[in-house]
Design a binder for this molecule. Structure first.
Ligand code: SAJ
Length: 420
C-alpha cells in the first residue's frame, strides 16, 4: 500500500504541524480548512498559529510544492481528520465538527482510501464517523459491515503532542493506532511510519479513544492534587513549592505543579468525555475537574484581598488609582494560545470588578483579546513592574523567571506559579 497524496482536514494546532511533517517527507499533502484566512495564510507559506519552528517547515513545504491548502476536499489516498471536539452545555461532547468533516470528504472517497480520526473523541466516535461515511457514500463498503474486505479502512489515531513541543513530539512519541479491524490498523501504521520514529502500537478504535482520554484525565487528576495542596498550604502558611520539591525527593512521588487552574482545549475538556458517558463511576475524574475549575475563583479572591490590604496599608490610596498587573494570560507558558485560559479569565474578571486600571504583560501576543473591557492595557514587563501596586503572576513564561529574587518594595504579589 502506498500513499501518494494525503489530505489533512482541519489545519489548526494539530492538523497543520501534521500536514507539514508529512510534506517534509516529500509526500503531497492537501490541507483542508473551512477558515479561508488560514488557507490563504498557509498558501503564502506562512502560519496562523504560534508553535516553535512551524513557520519554517510550513514555508519550506509550501515553497517546494508538497503542501497546499484549500477549503474544498479533494481526492487523496488517506484522510486525517483533526478538527476540534469541544463540549456543549452541561459538558456533553460536541461532535458536529467531526460530522461536518466526515460529510465533506465523503464525496471524494474511493475504494482503498484510509480515513483516520485524530481528534480526541469520546468512546464510540470512530464507529459513529464510519456510520456517517457509510450513510453519505452507500456505494462503498466499510469495516463495520464488511470487516477486512471493506473498501475503506478506518482508524482512530489520537494525537498526543504537547503544545510548544509539537514538532519534536509528533516524530518521537509512540502512537496508539486503533483500527476498526487489524487491516485498518496495519494500513494506518504504514501511513504514520512515514515520519513517526516512536513505536506505532495497534489496538481497537474504542481502546485508542479511551487511551487518549485516560492520558489527559491522569494529568488533570494529578494537577488537581497539586492545586488542592496549594490551597491547604496557603491556609497552613506553608510554601507549597518547597513542599512539593521536598516530597518529590521520595523515589516514588512525582507531584505536578499548582497553578491558577487548568486551561487549554484538551485537559480541561477531555475528562468530561469520560464523565459524560460514565457519570456514576467517574467520581475521581469529575472531582478533579471541579477542583481545577474552581481554582481561578480562589485566585480572584486572593487578588481582591491583596487590593483591600494595599488600600488599607496605604491610607491615602484611592482604589481607583490602584493598578493591578497580570503577568501572563495564555493557558500555559511560552505559547500564544488563550483558549480556555484560566489566566485570561482571571484577568478579565478583575478588569470587570476593579474600578482602576488592569495592566497585562504578555510577551507572546501583540494585541489583547477584544473581550477585555477598556480599563485593560497591554504593557511591557518593565512598565508593569514600575507602575503596578498589585502583581498577579498567572503564567510561568520563561521571560518572567528572571524576576526570581526581585525586590517588590511596597507591591502586593499573588504568585500562582511559584515564580518569585
Ligand atoms: N498545568 C498545571 N500544572 C502542571 C502542568 C500543567 O497547572 O504541573 C496546567 C497548564 O498550565 C495548562 C494545563 O495544565 O493550563 C494543561 O497544560 P499541559 O501542558 O499539561 O497540557 P496541554 O493541554 O498543553 O497538552 C496536553 C498533553 N497531555 C498530557 O500531557 C497527558 C498533550 O500530550 C496532549 O497531546 C494534549 O493535552 C492534547 O492535545 O490532548
Amino acid at each position: 500500500m502506498s500513499f501518494n497524496t494525503i489530505s489533512v482536514i482541519g489545519l489548526g494546532y494539530i492538523g497543520l504541524p501534521t500536514a507539514a511533517v508529512f510534506a517534509s517527507r516529500k509526500i503531497k499533502v492537501i490541507g483542508v480548512d473551512v477558515n479561508q484566512h488560514a488557507v490563504d495564510t498557509i498558501n503564502k507559506g506562512e502560519v496562523h498559529i504560534v508553535e516553535p519552528d512551524l513557520d519554517m517547515i510550513v514555508h519550506a513545504a509550501v515553497k517546494e510544492g508538497y503542501l497546499r491548502a484549500t477549503t474544498e476536499p479533494e481526492p487523496a489516498d488517506a484522510f486525517l481528520i483533526a478538527v476540534p471536539t469541544p463540549f456543549k452545555g452541561d459538558h456533553i461532547p460536541d461532535l458536529s465538527y467531526i460530522e461536518a468533516a466526515s460529510k465533506s470528504i465523503a464525496p471524494v472517497l474511493k475504494a482503498g482510501d484510509v480515513v483516520i480520526l485524530e481528534s480526541t473523541s469520546p468512546v464510540g466516535t470512530t464507529e459513529q464517523m464510519a456510520a456517517w461515511l457509510a450513510e453519505a457514500r452507500p456505494d462503498l463498503t466499510y469495516p463495520q459491515t464488511n470487516g477486512e474486505e471493506s473498501d475503506i479502512r478506518i482508524a482512530h489515531c489520537p494525537e498526543r503532542v504537547l503544545p510548544g513541543h509539537v514538532l519534536r513530539e509528533l516524530v518521537q512519541n509512540d502512537r496508539v493506532i486503533g483500527g476498526m479491524t487489524p487491516k485498518c490498523s496495519a494500513a494506518s501504521i504504514m501511513l504514520y511510519r512515514t515520519f513517526v520514529e516512536g513505536e506505532c502500537v495497534a489496538t481497537t478504535a474504542r481502546t485508542a479513544e479511551m487511551a487518549k482520554l485516560t492520558e489527559n484525565s491522569f494529568r488533570d487528576v494529578n494537577i488537581a492534587f497539586a492545586n488542592e495542596l496549594s490551597i491547604i498550604c496557603d491556609k497552613l502558611d506553608i510554601n507549597v513549592w518547597e513542599l512539593i520539591r521536598l516530597s518529590n525527593r521520595h523515589p516514588r512521588v512525582n507531584i505536578l505543579q499548582p497553578g491558577p487552574g487548568v486551561g487549554g482545549h484538551c485537559i480541561a475538556v477531555d475528562p468530561w468525555f469520560i464523565v459524560s458517558e460514565s457519570p456514576k463511576e467517574a467520581r475521581l475524574i469529575r472531582t478533579a475537574r471541579e477542583v481545577n475549575d474552581s481554582k481561578p475563583k480562589w485566585v480572584l479572591e486572593k487578588i481582591d484581598s491583596a487590593i483591600a490590604a494595599y488600600v488599607k496599608k496605604n491610607k491615602s490610596a484611592n482604589i481607583e488609582e490602584v493598578i493591578v498587573a497580570c503577568f501572563g494570560i495564555t493557558f500555559k507558558a511560552d505559547i500564544d494560545d488563550m483558549r480556555e485560559s484560566p489566566a485570561l479569565n482571571i484577568a478579565s474578571a478583575i478588569a470587570h470588578s476593579h474600578v482602576g486600571e488592569v495592566h497585562i504583560v504578555e510577551p507572546n501576543i501583540k494585541k489583547l483579546p477584544s473581550s477585555l473591557p477598556p480599563n485593560v492595557k497591554l504593557v511591557s514587563k518593565v512598565e508593569a513592574l514600575k507602575n503596578a501596586n498589585i502583581i498577579a503572576f498567572l503564567v510561568d513564561h520563561t521571560d518572567f523567571k528572571s524576576l526570581k529574587g526581585q525586590n517588590f518594595e511596597g507591591q502586593y504579589i499573588v504568585d500562582t506559579r511559584g515564580i518569585v
